[in-house]
Design a protein around this ligand. Sequence first.
Ligand code: GDP
Ligand code: IMO
Ligand code: MG
Length: 423
Amino acid sequence: MKVDLLLGLQWGDEGKGKIVDFLTKDYDIIARFQGGPNAGHTLEFDGIKHVLHTIPSGIFHKNSMNLIGNGVVIDPVIFQKEIEKLEPFNIDFKSSLCISRKAHLILPTHRLLDAASELSKGKSKIGSTLKGIGPTYMDKTGRNGIRIGDIELEDWLVKYRKLANKHESMIKNYNVNLQYNLEELEGDFFDAIENLKKITFIDSENYIFNKLDEGKNILAEGAQGSLLDIDFGTYPYVTSSNTTAAGACTGLGVPPNKIKEVFGIFKAYTTRVGSGPFPTELFDKNAERMSKIGNEVGATTGRARRCGWLDLVALKYAVKINGVTKLMMMKGDVLSGFKSIKVCTEYNYNGTVINHFPFTVDTKNLKPVYTEFEGWKEDISKIKEEKLLPKTFMNYVSFLEDELKVPISIISVGPDRTQTIIR
Ligand code: GDP
Ligand code: IMO
Ligand code: MG
């Protein structure tokens, strides 16, 4: 009986979906604990690529339950599209997917509020995915939200209308040029609500207590990344939930002393999509190469991801905050063929060398200090065993392990399920 966590250590898109799918065979339950359809988790196997937004990444395995926890926010319209896309794969959703009654609903007006807020910010916009995440969590913490369990109750439409009306007046207050047809959006929304009701709703914390008592194993799947955490990320350029380990406790009702392993997943370089500081960001040929070979395009929004070298200062911070016990390094294959590879080991902050992640990550005053490594020429994407990996690649891996003081237990060398080396 145990709960293990898997979460991203950078600004998201580290490859969480791929690894959750890879690990699912060892777990009875896969549980998403925060975020919503701002996430895009990619899985590849049997020549097919799947992108999941709200549904946990264990869904393709027959013997595990996939739980959408209370900490998640759900857009029924996006959820329905996700379910429809999975139709050809003969998944029995009745036995393999359930939703916490305490998860919050994203309303059409939450999405509109997100758009209005971003428009009003102009150049300083967050670069939100515009899925209504911020406004939905605001209503949750403001104690105005509507939860999945509410739609089973008779008076929920009254509650809905009251909240939607309030949102409309808030949208007006933004005084921005936002065109919308709420009636149309509501049509889709209420159709999707009917479909959502076909999924099993549960009191998920209770379900988890019982499963742990029965000796079952749970893998909690994080969304986004530690540097997008509402408390510890590059605020305000963050998402609106706790993406770090503590979020799994509140987002599922799992007590901290039940958590065993914390799997921290990172790319061999860094990417970020949306606005906000990124100390090791590159604007040169190296960035172009990472972007092209790594296919660095957002799985949810299709936006180009910004690229740069690995930032060890930020990574050490994320390892500490999450209490990572095992690391997983993704996309090392993308760095094949680079003459040299750099890693940021310290920051120079207005002439002073610092090695912690500061309050203000102001890239005007903060410059990365790099250590340089010899690159490797070999294509590593077909390698199945650690001992066959190039020496220069393993030098990079050993350096990172020494610095981070946590073992790298999985090396991923390609997007497919089979391109995964266990150490
Ligand atoms: P997530 O949000 O953390 O699940 O990550 P995304 O799915 O948004 O982005 C990761 C992208 O990298 C996806 O397109 C994956 O298919 C791909 N990917 C995952 N691991 C590897 C790897 O080791 N090498 C390469 N080349 N691609 C990978
Ligand atoms: P996965 O789970 C990468 C980013 C957005 C934006 C900021 C706030 O696939 O790793 P929001 O829509 O949450 O208000 O956006 O966070 N962002 C992500 N970036 N991967 C994600 O999820 C992200 N989810 C949100 O681009 O900068
Ligand atoms: Mg993603």
